[in-house]
Design a protein around this ligand. Structure first.
Ligand code: ZN
Length: 249
């Protein structure tokens, strides 16, 4: 019978998934799913004193490494790839208790990572709330006529994390006047003018901006002075002023 190509040397026993039907040269068991070569002759795992180990397929690097660390005796399992003419690693054989301990360590790590992600998310949410409140206060300082709920909506929109909107830019984080005005102007453009309809009807962006520019500035001027914003807006917003003293002037 043809001798099998000897696999590369490794530390610890090497176990082979045979491509052909093989039987144990010592006890005759077989055909064998896994075997060990002793001087070129196949041995079953029981005869090779590896019968108590369990197979862990390749794929989970951390689990494999920890299982081998935890295992007093372990073996690499390989299979010969004819096309590549080389042995390929299929997994490891480790003690069952070692695998259980390794699984616990990996689960503990996953749980620790999950808890850290939760803490980070809570911290970011609190930061976002503080940032949005500060942004809204600055809007109301620069635009006393901007309704409080509108100021908060603009601030929340501008501070959406990772959106690349003005509120998260360096200037926005610094709550600079330019950033606040820019966020308010953008909001006015979309909500107080026909800008979006112009874009939808195919008007080029710069032309659309040109057409609505005076309406935007009129609204901003009204909000800066703290007065009502009825100028040039026949639809009116008379019902939207729920702030202190708005109706008592
Ligand atoms: Zn045997």
């Amino acid at each position: 019978m043809a001798t099998m190509v000897p696999p590369p040397p490794r530390t610890g026993p090497l176990v082979v998934q045979p491509l052909k039907r093989r039987h144990c040269g010592e006890c005759g068991a077989g055909p064998l799913a896994l075997l060990v070569l002793e001087e070129g002759a196949p041995r079953c795992l029981d005869c090779a004193d590896l019968g108590h180990l369990v197979f862990l397929p390749r794929g989970d690097t951390a689990l494999t490494r920890r299982s081998r660390e935890e295992s007093g005796l372990s073996a690499v399992v390989v299979r010969f790839n004819r096309r590549q003419s080389r042995y390929e690693r299929q997994g490891v054989l480790v003690e069952e208790a070692a695998l259980a301990r390794a699984e616990e360590r990996c689960l503990a790590d996953a749980e620790a990572r999950r808890r850290r992600r939760l803490r980070d998310a809570r911290r970011r949410a609190a930061e976002d709330v503080r940032f949005t409140e500060a942004f809204a206060r600055n809007i109301r300082r620069l635009f006393p006529g901007c309704p409080a709920d509108r100021a908060h909506a603009i601030a929340a929109h501008a501070s959406v994390r990772g959106s690349g909107r003005v509120g998260r830019s360096a200037a926005g984080r610094a709550l600079s006047e330019a950033a606040v005005v820019s966020a308010v102007r953008a909001a006015v453009r979309h909500t107080e003018t026909p800008y979006d309809q112009l874009l939808m009807s195919g008007v080029a962006r710069h032309e659309a901006r040109r057409r609505i520019a005076s309406a935007v500035e009129a609204t901003l001027a009204g909000w800066r002075e703290g007065g009502p914003t009825g100028e040039g807006d026949p639809a009116g917003e008379s019902g939207s002023t729920g702030e202190d003293g708005a109706g008592a002037e």
